[in-house]
Design a binder for this molecule. Sequence first.
Ligand code: NAD
Length: 480
Amino acid sequence: MNQFANFIAGEWLASERVKPNVNPSDLDDVIGEFAQADVEQTRRAIAAARAAFPKWSHSTPQQRFDLLDQAGSMILARKAELGELLAREEGKTLPEAIGEVGRAGQIFKFFAGEALRVGGEIVPSVRPGLNVEITREPVGVVGLITPWNFPIAIPAWKIAPALAFGNCVVIKPADLVPASTWELVKIIAEAGAPAGVINLVMGSGSVVGETLVQSPDVDAISFTGSVATGQAIAAKCVALGKKFQLEMGGKNPMVVLDDADLDVAVEACVNGAFFSTGQRCTASSRLIVTAGIYDRFIDAVKARMSALRVGHALDAATHIGPVVDESQLAQDERYIAIAREEGGTVFGGQRVESATKGFFLTPALVTDTTSDMRINREEVFGPVASVVKVKDYDEALAEANNTRFGLSAGICTTSLKYAAHFKRHVQAGMVMINAATAGVDYHVPFGGRKGSSYGPREQGSYAREFYTTVKTVYVNPGAL
Ligand code: NAD
């Protein structure tokens, strides 16, 4: 059995405890045994990052560019192989997984450039004889805590800006899917990261994550995951005066108006709701459909769903891979049952037999729902979408905003008037017009509002806000 160690201060360190990483498409396929760090090992990783910080924070933009550019090239060169590993550990289909690895590579290339673009401002003072300089400095040691659904892209979009702006990193991947992050960290080390600049500690949230959050030597926490965990981390960071950023759940609305192009709407909704097994924080999990197109739309979505093949992630014929693990499968089925009990009509949502033992579930569409039902209020995080029928655009917009979340929102319409109004009035961090709510570019900001996100945006040039701190300097040049 392959053993995968933690990476601390430039060395691979085994742990006493290990955890198997099992393929959700084939439970007999074990990718390897991954080290489970304890509190002491996590503290060593933090200390290593602390020790590396003075030098790395004063490295030149060229050094940081070279590291990130090289890591990006290495990721892209191994796209197919790393994609296969990712599909094996997480269960998304091979094309989806290779696409995610490609995205990780592009993110490193983008932030290589950002390392060169850190600038400041010189502002005339309101007082005579003074100049004001506004500069940006790295925050320090950053703790990165990531979820299981994007095992390489999310670590990449946190690690790359952290390093680009001169921070040192301790990353804790989700314990279900550590292999992709393990490979990513190995690449960064091989690309030339000095010892201690990047550290990997695998293990549980309650031990490794908690130690990172509580440590006085970790200056900032960037977290992506569930609302409950995010809120608990937020409370601790506030008490400790620590900078933090949270990306959490979604219940993303996709509005379909009478005047929509039916084919475009069906494609956007089916892709947004069910691809990647619906395990995307930006999934179109609430379809809000006006009465005039409702019957045609539902019939077409059901026909499209019936043509989707659920199966092994590495099978070229598969459209939808397995659910990530047994407890997520149980959660998906629990919500389908709750939706039924509350009066919804369920199409699909059945377990599928396959040549291999895995967590296979057909996509589920729940119709006859109302906005107060739990299926429309709580995140399922599986291939399950609900439909709310509404009278007109105004009711659709109100319904779209009738949620505690605000990550992504979409509308399918051919009307410029409604598209323009929706863009302006929907309460979400990201808006899609005639496109799926999931699937975003790597060079622009990502994040939400309301209960979905907290703190500055991730990705694109906006990532600088979290990974740097601002210094204002007053200079009296006359006395120099
Ligand atoms: P999770 O909250 O269970 O775990 C996320 C990470 O936090 C894991 O690494 C976990 O080990 C760690 N953790 C758990 N308890 C902790 C604690 N007490 N202290 C510190 N760390 C702790 O989430 P998950 O099940 O891995 O991921 C699914 C969730 O992630 C969904 O709700 C989804 O919407 C969300 N998500 C959000 C985005 C976004 O950008 N908004 C992107 C992807 C996933």
